[in-house]
Design a protein. Structure first.
Lengths: 201, 514
């Protein structure tokens, strides 16, 4: 008898919780919440990775919270992605990225670009066609959740990226590590990576 | 553990009783809703940003679930402590505190009165009574009178025990609370949604309309239609629950620096001479090429007519509007009176305003971003000065002057489109409401600007759709657009972010042709 109390109490608590959920459901039915082009489940909305603290995508990007910023704008508010943002601007891809319907972006952080030899990086940044190809190799059409991430994906550039790993630990093409994943912007899911992906590899 | 069960039963009694009382006092007086609105109002900016960045559109849902979860955990903890200490008054006091908090939240919210506190008060009495009933001393092991027979289970332990009967009572109370909560919630949703009220509205014919024109659109895949259907029209607001105002009790108060304050019912407004105008609305948060704009036919009372009835003071320069949920929008009073089609709209694309778009009455002032003109669920109109009062988004740093910038966008082809070499139709829209568009040009890879073909526009208040035939050659290409308005102003290439006065710049789209 005594041992049955906890489970009975749990049942009571669960009833109360489901009661609460019921009220949330019905209030949101009345509310018919803001139409969202993309509304994944709450669980999948949470980002992961130790580097996330260092690379906030919110900040000024969601200033006063009127609407959520699209991917290139959100990235421009993130100091750890400033080299990538410069590259995107040089390639003239800001609007194209911001206005795409749904994307997955592998975003190399500043450390990733710093690891590229200076002369090589300079040459890439100076060649718009090559730069566009390189950046398009970091973009996949559609939003990939962490659960959908593992596998081979065709990039906008035309080549493929191969993602391996599990849980919250992923690598791209066997070399680049995801240091902060599943960051949600208005139109794209972002995985911040620690090395620049090479389309030729 | 026994105490936890009592705590949950008490919580269920609280919410069950209060929800039923709220049927009489209105949905926003229900403790959970009132508490949620209070929480949103007092959530610090950094936490809001965290929630938006982590939960996106679901941020409000996450907040609500967290609040309920906190209540459930607190009830279990307080109940357990109260029973452990054999101090029923601890739990009674806790329920009282909960009631006081939600009663305060309900009574002090926008439009709140003392009456709004009633559901919380009744809920608190029910919750406290439930706990006192379940936890009265003779039932608790710790305070058992020595003459009572000692159940064998309790003898083995010195923690308070509860009988099967008590547990059954607690379970019944949770079930009863849940049932009455569900009944209350259902009745509230039925009684306080204004669906019937909206369905009963018969919109009068306007005294004048924007002439309907043929040739306002092109058949191009991906290009927006000239008139945006109501269900596709963008929505940007801060409402946790979309207000459901019935036309029955609706009243619009017009006051402030006026010669003759006035209160208008919905019927009063419908009896006035109505105009119908096609007007493009733009949100200040629309980035270059973004989705937050739309074009609709609006039916409403000219603001000039309303204002002529109240006679504004010549020193006034701001029209300070308040919605039923407390949002404030400050509009340029002189612009509203300069002859543009500024109105208090009651109809959108031939039907009463949808709830999301402000039923029963909202403001529309062509040429201004929504945050500086387009108050939804409008209930109060104060004639004042910009010096005297600051509206919601202006308080948060957005510009006082919310004039829509001259802009254009490319709808087709889409970002990163993969196209076949040969003829490709490039198409989109351009707008500078109240001034109108005379020219749109497109260029490829920074080459010479090429003249696009314009569709008709019903007035200068609407966007103008355009298209341009491109002979696409293989490779990666950048398409770019710019518009020229009827004043000869060319859309700037200077890029500005959304904050604080709206985005500017020329949209480009990168595509691949093979």
């Amino acid at each position: 008898m005594k041992t049955r109390y906890p489970s009975l109490v749990t049942t009571l608590a669960a009833t109360t919780v489901s009661l609460s959920m019921m009220s949330v459901m019905s209030s949101s039915t009345i509310a018919s919440a803001t139409p969202a082009a993309h509304s994944p489940s709450v669980a999948s909305m949470v980002d992961f990775g130790t580097a996330c603290k260092a690379v906030p995508m919110a900040g000024a990007g969601s200033f006063a919270g009127m609407t959520k910023a699209p991917v290139a704008t959100a990235a421009s508010h993130n100091p750890a992605l400033s080299t990538l943002v410069t590259a995107v601007e040089k390639a003239g891809l800001v609007d194209t990225l911001n206005n795409a319907k749904a994307l997955t972006v592998f975003a190399p952080d500043n450390a990733a670009f710093a690891a590229v030899p200076k002369a090589t990086l300079g040459a890439i940044l100076a060649n718009k066609a090559e730069l566009t190809k390189l950046l398009e190799y970091h973009v996949v059409a559609g939003r990939l959740s962490p659960a959908q991430l593992i596998g081979v994906h065709k990039t906008i550039e035309g080549g493929t990226v191969s993602v391996a790993g599990s849980g919250t630990s992923f690598n791209i093409n066997g070399t680049s590590q995801v240091v902060c994943g599943n960051v949600q912007t208005a139109n794209a899911t972002v995985y911040i990576v620690n090395s620049v992906l090479n389309p030729g590899a | 553990m026994a105490g936890a069960a009592f705590g949950e039963a008490s919580l269920a009694a609280f919410f069950g009783a209060s929800e039923v009382v709220a049927i009489a006092t209105g949905p926003t007086s229900a403790p959970a809703i009132a508490f949620g609105q209070l929480a949103i109002a007092h959530t610090p900016e950094w936490l809001k940003n965290f929630a938006i960045s982590h939960f996106g559109e679901d941020d409000k849902l996450v907040l609500t679930v967290s609040i309920y979860a906190a209540f459930v955990l607190l009830a279990a903890a307080v109940g357990a402590i109260a029973v452990q200490l054999a101090l029923v008054p601890v739990a009674v006091a806790a329920v009282g505190l909960l009631g006081a908090a939600t009663a305060g939240a309900a009574a002090t919210q926008a439009g709140g009165t003392g009456l709004q506190a009633l559901p919380s008060a009744v809920g608190a009495v029910a919750g406290a009574t439930a706990f006192a009933f379940l936890g009265r001393p003779r039932g608790l092991g710790g305070t058992r009178r020595p003459t009572d027979p000692v159940p064998p289970q309790a003898a083995a332990s010195n923690t308070p025990q509860i009988s099967r009967r008590q547990l059954f009572r607690a379970g019944s109370l949770v079930a009863l609370g849940a049932a009455s909560y569900a009944i209350g919630r259902g009745a509230l949703a039925k009684a306080y949604n204004a669906v019937a009220s909206r369905a009963a509205v018969r919109l009068p014919r306007p005294v004048s309309t924007t002439p309907r024109l043929a040739g306002t659109s092109f058949e191009v895949e991906g290009l927006a239609p000239y008139i945006t259907p109501n269900e596709d029209f963008y929505r940007v607001d801060t409402a946790l629950v979309v207000p459901q105002l019935s036309t029955d009790g609706y009243s619009l108060t017009v006051h402030g620096m006026v010669g003759q304050p006035a209160i208008f019912s919905f019927e009063d407004l419908l009896r006035m001479p109505l105009i119908e105008r096609t007007i493009t609305m733009v949100c200040v948060s629309d980035p270059v090429g973004g989705p937050y704009l739309g074009n609709a036919s609006w039916l409403g009372v000219p603001l000039a007519h309303i204002l002529s009835l109240v006679r504004p003071d010549v020193r006034a320069d701001q029209l300070f509007m308040t919605s039923s949920d407390g949002m404030t929008i400050g509009a340029d009073l002189r612009a509203a009176l300069d002859g543009r089609a500024a109105m208090l709209a009651v109809g959108m694309n031939g039907e009463p305003l949808p709830f999301k778009h402000g039923f029963p009455v909202r403001a529309i002032i062509p040429g201004f971003y929504g945050y500086a003109s387009a108050c939804k669920w409008l209930v109060d109109l104060e004639v004042t000065t910009y010096a005297a009062k600051k509206a919601y988004w202006v308080e948060r740093g957005y510009a006082l002057d919310g004039r829509v910038k001259l802009e254009s966008k490319i709808d087709a082809p889409a970002s990163f489109a993969q196209l076949k070499a040969g003829p490709v139709t490039v198409a989109g829209s351009a707008w500078h409401p109240t001034i109108g568009i005379q020219k749109v040009e497109v260029r490829v890879d920074g080459g010479p600007w090429q003249l696009a073909t314009l569709a008709e526009a019903e007035s200068n208040d609407t966007w103008r759709l355009w298209r341009w035939q491109w002979d696409a050659t293989s490779g990666s290409h950048t398409l770019e657009v710019r518009a020229t308005d009827n004043n000869g102003q060319v859309q700037t290439s200077k890029e500005a972010p959304v904050f604080p006065s709206g985005a500017s710049g020329r949209q480009s789209v990168v595509v691949t042709v093979t």
